[in-house]
Design a protein around this ligand. Structure first.
Ligand code: GTP
Ligand code: MG
Length: 216
């Protein structure tokens, strides 16, 4: 998935006039399904033979929360070890991260924990981190128990969801949960809000809201 793109799909009514923009990065071992989760979220698609990412890919997608459109600028990183040194470039300045593992491969859960540690040490202090246990459709091959990951996430202050990019289970829900955790707007004082953790707000009139949540 090397193409840049921006898209919006309906996620509920958008009656408001504010747009918040956040940088979100996906991290995790190769083949856990990072690109597939992004592809599902942004385009509603799934490819059985998804190509391994080279370097990183960028996509954008919005979700709607009451009176606010939350736009994610998504950096989908490459999980292969040889790209590890590039990762700080993508998580630096990110306000949210999704660390992905494959529930059928325990070593990817260990790798996810290492990414969480790295983010907690080196990313923005107030970054919102979500842990995604992907490929839940492969339940008969499960090697990481829900409770184990859930308890680790709780102890580490992470959002946690099990997902399936293949069936779409919890994919929109995961991004929505992250959007809800992002800093609340100070609608009376946009100057203050825009300084808050890199949040940017635009008046609807001034922005190009191509097909934004309310209707494509
Ligand atoms: P890198 O780009 O190498 O870091 O890998 P990635 O984490 O982006 O994984 P990718 O999305 O390329 O998926 C790897 C393989 O797993 C592909 O063959 C996908 O079709 C498959 N896959 C991804 N998500 C799921 C899922 O939820 N269920 C199943 N069954 N397969 C999945
Ligand atoms: Mg990929």
């Amino acid at each position: 998935m090397a193409n840049r793109g921006a898209a919006s799909r309906p996620n509920g009514p958008n009656t408001g006039n504010k747009i918040c923009q956040f940088k979100l990065v996906l991290l995790g071992e190769s083949a856990v399904g990072k690109s597939s989760l992004v592809l599902r979220f942004v385009k509603g698609q799934f490819h059985e033979f998804q190509e391994s990412t080279i370097g990183a890919a960028f996509l954008a997608q919005s979700v709607c929360l009451d009176d606010t459109t939350v736009k994610f600028e998504i950096w989908d990183t490459a999980g292969q070890e040889r790209y590890h040194s590039l990762a700080p470039m993508y998580y630096r300045g990110a306000q949210a991260a999704i660390v992905v593992f494959d529930i059928t491969k325990p070593e990817t859960f260990d790798r996810a924990k290492a990414w969480v540690k790295e983010l907690q040490r080196q990313a923005s202090a107030n970054i919102v981190i979500a842990l995604a246990g992907n490929k839940t459709d492969l339940a008969d091959k499960r090697m990481v128990e829900y409770e184990e990951a859930q308890s680790y996430a709780e102890d580490s202050g992470l959002l946690f969801m099990e997902t399936s990019a293949k069936t779409a289970m919890n994919v929109n829900e995961l991004f929505l949960a992250i959007a809800k955790k992002m800093p609340k707007l100070d609608t009376q004082n946009p100057t203050h809000a825009s300084k808050n953790r890199g949040l940017t707000i635009h008046d609807a009139e001034q922005s190009h809201r191509r097909g934004c949540c309310g209707g494509n």
